[in-house]
Design a protein around this ligand. Sequence first.
Ligand code: KIV
Length: 304
Amino acid sequence: MSATAETVRRLTVVDIARMYADGERIPMLTAYDYPTAQILDEAGIPMFLVGDSLGQVVLGYETTVRVTMPEMVHHTKAVVRGSARALVVADMPFLSYSTPDEALENAGIFLREAGAQAVKVEGGVRTARVIEALVRAGIPVMGHIGLTPQSINAAGKVRVQGKTRDQARAVIADALAVQEAGAFSMVLELVPEQLAAAITERLHVPTIGIGAGVGCSGQVQIITDLIGLGDFIPKHARPYLRVRDQIREAAGAYAADVGAGTFPGPEQTVRMDEAVLDDVLGRGSSDRPTDSIPIGGIPLDRDL
Ligand code: KIV
């Protein structure tokens, strides 16, 4: 075992609570695959969300409603394999937690089979009973209030939640219900910054904002937005890289090199002992071709 493997320990919700108590702002990112999880772990990101946003940003669905348990489990396993330190939160997909029993069964799959350390569920007051059942069973839960994308078909469209008096009261009630139910933290999505800050001040568990201003206890961003991989960057995101452009340039350069016959080059190529090949092909050394193999390949008997 390497020194790193010996010393690195998986963070738990207790570590997140400690960061919060110490006043540290908590950076969280989504991760959907093994190599990205490795890189984010190396970068020291303490908490990953295997978000059902994977439906849109990785699988090409129009909404998160189409995402299934098997898809979430598949990606959660990859993220867990790719990370040694981060706390991995698996997002429970649409209709996987409609009742406490169903929630327990599916959350159990995330923790037992996929290796996640916590799950996330959308909804405040309406989901409190489910959160309570999960927490009572020893499953750490992250809530998710404000905009809840799994409700898109009922809500009609993506919009900021909490601008009117009634909405703001409802978001506050949701936050208190999620905390009361025992969640260790909660995502506040697309909430005006003053409301998000006021909620954060009134809670004793961390709020993790996305499009909710800087007054939250931490922030979560979609990894594809952060690195500029997607075809659309939402207003709340800041792309720190433009990977989409870089991949397009790399693919173009590769295609040009293949076309020009400059890829693979000597560094990407292996050679063998010519005498061995002479034996295998039954030819004398004087019959060796001087030029490289023609583009159309060596003619087959039927072409001669
Ligand atoms: O699915 C997801 O990535 C999320 C974030 C937007 C918080 O729920």
